[in-house]
Design a binder for this molecule. Structure first.
Ligand SMILES: O=C1O[C@H](COP(=O)(O)O)[C@@H](O)[C@H](O)[C@H]1O
Length: 267
């Protein structure tokens, strides 16, 4: 693995294989969990859907399944599709099947959306839930805005550069006030989704963006490198935690178009 960073708050972790990436991701999450439980007594983590969940699978295995303090975890979603929890498109279902059902997380600590109301109502309810947990200090609050400050937000990135359900060119990218918002016209199905907004993502203590595969290499380059004024406005590029840390977890196939890839490889 090569770890390199242009500054201490943004690092690129480039891996030879998915196996290596999964192990590094599990180590990273376990370390953040331990530090947060030590400091605050709890660990608030927001998940995404897609490939990142499968890549978290190592957490269900030894030693993590025994050493992580699962009872202190509070789970949220950075985005969710407004479908039934049993639906194959549900981000909740993906996490439940691949992680939550395999480790001793307390069911009342799992904060999924209400899937029996409209996208707008689900976003409003989710905001309310998060607000209550901010009041009870389960979720911290940012000291630079009134946003919640999650201990870790885990994101994937689509080949169009979307993160959570923030898609290129969509008006939700402009949202400055809401913590959670909704869309009904997602370019990637299903169309109805709720999503954390950029102010919430950028208020987290830690944000990890996990991307694998050659089909995303060009987008990774556009999201990370200094590509000048003609660079398309990719949502992934707008992930810039104000006071927190950003880690990109890449496999070598997703990373190979990065400027200085050879240098990163040797780091
Ligand atoms: O639709 C979504 O896609 C992104 C990226 O998924 P991936 O399978 O290409 O990694 C995901 O991060 C997001 O949560 C999901 O709703």
């Amino acid at each position: 693995m090569a770890v390199c960073g242009d500054d201490k708050d943004r690092v690129l972790r480039i891996h030879e294989s998915l196996e290596e990436l999964s192990t590094d991701l599990a180590d990273y999450i376990a370390e953040l969990s331990e530090a947060s439980v030590k400091e605050r007594g709890v660990f608030s983590i927001a998940l995404s859907g897609g490939s990142v969940i499968n890549l978290m699978g190592k957490l269900c295995e030894a030693p993590y399944n025994k050493t992580v303090d699962w009872a202190k975890w509070y789970i949220f979603w950075a985005d969710e599709r407004v479908v039934a929890k049993s639906h194959a498109d549900s981000n909740y279902k993906l996490a439940k099947d691949n992680l939550l059902s395999k480790v001793p997380i307390i069911p009342s600590h799992v904060h999924s959306i209400n899937d029996s109301v409209s996208a707008e109502e689900a976003a409003d309810e989710y905001k309310f839930v998060i607000r209550q947990l901010v009041k009870s200090r389960i979720v911290s609050v940012s000291d630079v805005s009134d946003s919640p400050k999650f201990d870790l937000i885990l994101l994937g990135m689509g080949s169009d550069g979307h993160v959570a359900s923030l898609f290129p060119g969509h008006s939700v990218l402009e949202e400055k006030d809401e913590w959670v918002t909704f869309i009904t016209n997602s370019p990637k199905p299903p169309p109805e989704r709720i999503t954390f907004t950029l102010p919430v993502i950028n208020s987290a203590s830690n944000v990890a963006i996990v991307v694998t595969g050659e089909n995303k290499a060009e987008t990774v380059h556009l999201a990370i490198d200094d590509v000048g004024p003609d660079c398309p406005l990719l949502p992934a590029r707008l992930v810039q935690p104000k006071k927190g840390k950003l880690a990109w977890f890449l496999d070598k196939y997703a990373a190979w178009k990065l400027d200085n890839y050879q240098l990163h490889e040797q780091a």
